[in-house]
Design a binder for this molecule. Sequence first.
Ligand code: FMN
Length: 353
Amino acid sequence: MTSNADSMPPAHQEPPSFPSPTFRISSIPIFGKLILAPMDGISDPPFRLITRRLGSAFSLSEFINTLDYDLHKHYQHSRFAFQPRERPFGIQLLDNDPQRMADCAAEIYAEYHPDFFDINLGCATSRVASRGAGVGLMRTPEKVAQIFQLVSRAVPVPLTAKMRLGWDEDTLNYREIAEIAAANGAQAIALHGRTGKMAFRGKARWEPIAELKACLPVPIIGNGDVTTPALARQMLAETGCDAVMIGRAAKANPWIFSWRERSEVTPDEVYGLIRYQYQAMQPYYPEGAILPFRKFLKAYLEPYALPKRSLQAILTSKREDQLFKRIDHLFLELGVLNLNAAETDFDKFMQNW
Ligand SMILES: Cc1cc2nc3c(=O)[nH]c(=O)nc-3n(C[C@H](O)[C@H](O)[C@H](O)COP(=O)(O)O)c2cc1C
């Protein structure tokens, strides 16, 4: 496995193909306007690497709960892992205790050398939010200030924030919290246009993203309900945000980071991706990749509207040989002429970077 970080401090080389960065997180140049959102159980190292290769502008880890990290130290080691090619890479911290977050950030930095840390002010899961972490932090502005103060003193890299509109409709304090975060060291802010109470229900509102962009001096990243390249363009145009963060839609269409509709992606490409990703997941899932891969596979196959029974047969395959026998059969039916070539092409695409 290509493990966590290279031990060298980050070097930020600007790729020659881009004339200038889209924006910067402090001094880190960011190229591109689309970014994979952090997603627990989804944005693991192989999926992040794929989306980076396809155009996502930086990588952000799944959340690291520093309460758990503090108790167990080696908690889910693979959640910190990244490849040097993924830089800029940020580690997201989730907790409600400023000092613990700062202490853990220092330890994590010493071991992994991420390029930045992100503070989670948006997780709405009840056990997280009810203890005042994630979106729960938006109810304690003074704690938000303290977190940014203490963590930025503890690590020599920039901080960013990812937040929601507020706890609920009666407390839409995104502007106050964003200002506090920025005044205390946040160098970029991602805003998901929903309240904590909404979780994932209802429609994300984009006007607050425009509002933050208009009043804050740091880059603003818009997030919420962007499912197509057209909607990403719309969010950029309507809000003036510096970049767009895409979560759920990326699961079915990682090619969205190349500004491609899923309908434009050929079965050859999908097959190549499936083969590549499954292999790339092996080292990160010692108990086997079949189960964690299933959610991706389901999303990749969804557009083909397969008969329920065929889809079920694939998704419930328990052995790797059985799984790929079924997948191979399906993609031959979908018109892939040379499965080996499709696999090799995607592999080359991932290596040639
Ligand atoms: C399965 C799942 C896991 C998530 N995990 C995280 C996380 O670890 N950290 C975080 O800040 N947001 C997390 N989110 C929220 C997303 O980053 C994003 O804000 C949200 O999905 C809205 O964007 P979308 O409409 O493009 O999906 C998660 C979302 C989903 C669906």
